[in-house]
Write a protein that binds this ligand. Structure first.
Ligand code: TXA
Ligand code: MG
Length: 335
């Protein structure tokens, strides 16, 4: 089982060779760790689905090194049609933004789960950049976790869960952002947000001169089964029962862990929690996003009966955090 390795030039070359030969390599991005394979190779991409236990109807994001490589994933017409909107988005590229566009016929059906479109991301992380530049093909890469579990933000998270299934894990330290990219659908007009992330609705609204309501509108296409097929209601979920803290709540299970937002303002609760952890020192939402998945994973190893998480404001990146928390709690709410 491969332990994570440092991204030395030698290891990066080895990683690119493994990918070239159809193997799966885990690598860091600034959002979360990805499970990469050659997006032009049907067999390689199938391995990703098998390793994650991912349903075949949930498409993957194709990663490229720069906008100059768009022709690796989309058609020449799309490259020219998208030029104006891409120039409005240029301050977020490279970065935590994935763009859905028409795919070319080199992107295999398995990447797109049979859709006509592909989600494309240009990560900023230096290790991801170096790896992508060594590959002559785009890298299909979902988050490197078993399907529906919490995304990995450290190489050790990947090693623990998928270490025996991947050819190599490149260790790039802790992911700077800690939650997945924002997904913006450019295959519809006006553009539409399919997943909240670090690039906020407000930022996209300013850049594209579209109202938040327009960007967040539900699909009007009755044929469309789900907007982003992976955005299932129950997702990012710990195995332990997990709930959002209700105001006024005073009764908890005996073995409960409490995750809250602001170290300086712990909710007033007298329960003897087994473990308590603040996501930020003084209510900083970016810091909370950075810590969120790591802390959820740690709590999930404590054999608790219940994890209780305080909600946060839905301003800025808070909206993406609350989206993840709502999904993490969905299964438990149903029970
Ligand atoms: O930050 C990220 O985006 C990370 C890193 C590794 O880049 N990747 C990631 O991938 O979060 P994944 O597979 O965990 O989530 C991809 C999401 C899914 O919800 C999927 O349904 C959606 O992107 N998606 C992919 N292709 C799509 C398409 N053509 N149309 C609509 N949604 C798509
Ligand atoms: Mg994922």
């Amino acid at each position: 089982m491969p332990a994570p390795v440092q991204p030395t030039p030698e290891h990066l070359h080895q990683a690119a060779e493994l990918l070239e030969s159809g193997k799966v390599v885990a690598f860091p991005t600034e959002t979360v760790y990805g499970l990469g394979a050659n997006a032009w190779s049907d067999d390689a991409v199938r391995s990703i689905y098998a390793i994650k236990g991912r349903p075949s109807h949930n498409p993957l994001i194709a990663h490229i090194a720069s906008l100059d490589q768009l022709s690796l994933v989309t058609t020449p017409e799309t490259v020219s049609t998208l030029q104006p909107i891409l120039s409005e988005l240029k301050s977020f590229i490279p970065g935590p933004l994935s763009l859905v566009m028409k795919r070319n016929n080199r992107i295999c059906d398995t990447v797109s789960a049979g859709l006509e479109t592909v989600a494309v991301r240009i990560p900023e992380h230096q290790v991801a950049q170096q790896l992508l530049r060594l590959c002559a093909f785009p890298l299909a890469a979902p988050s490197a976790n078993p399907s529906n579990y919490i995304s990995p933000t450290e190489a050790s998270h990947v090693e623990k869960q998928l270490g025996d299934k991947v050819a190599m894990i490149l260790d790039g330290g802790s992911c700077r952002i800690g939650i997945e990219s924002t997904i913006l659908d450019l295959s519809v007009s006006p553009a539409r947000i399919l997943r909240q992330g670090k690039v906020t609705v407000e930022q996209l609204s300013d850049a594209l001169n579209l109202s938040p309501e327009t960007l967040l509108r539900a699909s009007t296409d009755p044929q469309e089964p789900v907007s982003a097929p992976g955005m299932l209601r129950e997702h990012y979920a710990p195995l332990t029962r997990t709930m959002l803290l209700n105001s006024g709540q005073t009764r908890f299970e005996d073995r409960t862990g409490l995750i809250y937002f602001n170290r300086q303002r712990r909710p007033e609760l007298s329960h003897p929690f087994i473990r308590e952890e603040a996501l930020s020192d003084c209510g900083d939402l970016e810091q909370a996003a950075y810590n969120l998945f790591r802390v959820m994973r740690e709590f999930d190893t404590l054999k608790l009966d219940l994890i209780v998480i305080e909600g946060c404001t839905t301003e800025g990146i808070g909206r993406a955090i609350m989206d993840r928390l709502t999904r993490a709690c969905a299964r438990s709410n149903r029970e």
